[in-house]
Write a protein that binds this ligand. Sequence first.
Ligand code: MGD
Ligand code: MGD
Ligand code: MO
Length: 657
Amino acid sequence: MLNGRITSVDAAPADVDDATVNPLTQGFICKKVKGHAARIYSPDRVMTPLIRTGAKGTGTFRSASWDEALDLVADHLRSALATDPATVVPYLYNSSAGYLGGGLLGQLLWDVLGASQVDHTICAASTGRAWSMTFGSMPGADPFDVVHAQLVVVWGANPAISNTHFPPLVQHARDNGAVLVVVDPRRTAMAKRADLHLAVRPGTDVVLALAVARELAARGAVDRDFTDARADGVDEYLAACQPWTLARAAEVCGIDEADVVAFVDLVSARRPAYWRTGWGMERNRNGGSAVRSVLALPVLTGAFGRLGAGVHLHTGQDLPWNYAALCDAVLGPVDGPGASPRGRPRRAVNMNLLGQLLVDPGSEPGIDVLFVQGANPAAMNPAQAKVLAGLAREDLFTVVHDQVLTDTARYADVVLPATTHFESHDVAVPYGAFVAQSLSPVIERVGESRTNDEVNAGIALRFGFSAEPGEAFDPTPDRLLALALPDGVPAAVSTQAPGRGVQFRDVWPDHAGARARLVASEGAQAHGVPPVPRYVELSSNLPLTLVTPATAKTINSMFGDTDGPAPVVRLHPDDAAGRNLVDGQQVRVWNEDGEVTVALVVDQDLRPGVASMPKGLWRRSVGGGFTANVFAPDTLNDLAGGACFNDARVEVSPALT
Ligand SMILES: Nc1nc2c(c(=O)[nH]1)N[C@H]1C(S)=C(S)[C@@H](COP(=O)(O)OP(=O)(O)OC[C@H]3O[C@@H](n4cnc5c(=O)[nH]c(N)nc54)[C@H](O)[C@@H]3O)O[C@H]1N2
Ligand SMILES: Nc1nc2c(c(=O)[nH]1)N[C@H]1C(S)=C(S)[C@@H](COP(=O)(O)OP(=O)(O)OC[C@H]3O[C@@H](n4cnc5c(=O)[nH]c(N)nc54)[C@H](O)[C@@H]3O)O[C@H]1N2
Ligand SMILES: [Mo]
């Protein structure tokens, strides 16, 4: 800190003995967060409310007072709500913000106004659903437990980039004799160190997992003691695996049969086994089936019940939030006088279809007011061309509440400045660690920024609700936390305090009889979920599958403004040679939805047929108006309406000169 400004951001030293220090960081934090100061004071930072003066997309605004901006927002909301509340779409996301940053009052505000509800399908919807179908609300295994494992399987995850504190723990396990298997179409940093790397064709994971299950059954290696006691649907599941021989799987997945055999050998023999699954495999048309079938493998092999065994997917279910109390305090008790309209059906909007609904809603209500808070759909959504065309609509009123002037904010009619977590109170539960942390502001507010709940309160006020101290929409963090977390914020949370919860020993799935489930429930099946995971051939008219993995420099599009990754496309040497392309050359990446011109990197670490571009580029860093997201189809995958980012098909040609 210097003169009230943050100059650098770092982790607490590893040897500090303080309950508030995150035990996972061990003295280091990732690169992008080290550079956070640059973003707090970035030239793109929104300092005051802004009202559009130029054409949409040009980022031309004048400053306004909060009152003027919020009055304008409320006027537009009022007329749209009067016509049809479903035409108001509050696009609230906040994937990288803490719980308060996410805005506790937001959902309640839009609920009480009857606006559409935006379903969070852009990320983790399919993995989350696959998990709850299999394990109910059982939390993931503690990452610290991995050091006790003898087999570590990392599937569709890239922890060296996306969860940088996990690889050292895996190394610890390997030092103790663990074997590491990585399933990823790219040779990631972890795959390079792995004992076995299965570079499957994107979207074929389900085939590999079903074939492994079939082979386990054929060898008599299914842990029947475990499954008889703890799992349902095993025989029906194994019957469905029958078509998937090792040879067929190797062919479909594009890998050596010997490697699949080696994988089965490891999975059937080594205990305890720790499975770390990620989100890379959900982002295609077979994504839900992929995750379900992968989660079935530890069940079939009984990879539970002892330290070092289990599955880690997410850390979501670890704080005892009392949303009901919060809801009652804000909206009043459900049955009492003045009962709130909670529970009233609202139009559901799938995030992935935003572009589609903006340009051509078909039989659905149109979108007249779009209120974006903590998201950047112009850069991060699939079908970028549709999203941009939609945002450019003159008859659409768009409000964006963000810290910086994002690609989406440039299209807004009103931009509202948001605080960063260095300027406000929050509670954060990170990816990859069961550690809740209470955050306090360390600097004064930058510009006139406000928290999400302060903005929500400002709107609520204009609709006749009170935001006075202690009243309905009072956004004071202490009040909201006291309501939502009546016992306070734990300094650190483990899956089970004290000590660690071991799945199927101390922590159980919550299905009837606390059993894992391999076959979809009747309820899920009634909603079109196939009883067991299934594979659909991902046919395409273009030869390359484009994946867009997370980068070390960005969190989604955050930090892309200050120090983003190089805007390049990567190809395997064979794919480059087959197109007479050389490293460093400018190339066109294109499909029927759009094109970008970027430099080519010839990369041995990709498998042939797979191209890769970074996730989270800003439009200005690519030029030509689009990023990799122009290629991402807005097809929905097979579970929970999930996104298909890694299901993009492209061709790469020399750039036109
Ligand atoms: N540095 C950094 N960290 C992040 C983020 C970030 O943007 N940057 N984002 C955060 C967020 S929001 C999320 S959701 C997580 C994501 O965390 P991860 O899931 O670990 O990251 P991804 O890059 O989405 O995908 C992981 C891997 O999946 C691979 N993959 C792609 N398609 C397939 C497939 O069909 N099958 C298999 N088996 N693998 C496939 C990719 O090559 C990639 O290496 O990371 C979080 N952490
Ligand atoms: N091609 C491709 N696209 C992808 C993916 C992929 O793998 N490939 N992955 C997807 C994934 S994993 C995810 S999670 C989504 C993310 O999609 P988005 O959430 O739309 O993307 P972010 O860049 O995280 O945008 C978050 C915005 O919120 C702002 N912000 C941060 N904190 C606050 C706050 O407290 N209040 C307010 N009002 N704003 C705040 C940030 O400045 C940032 O602009 O993108 C998806 N898009
Ligand atoms: Mo995500």
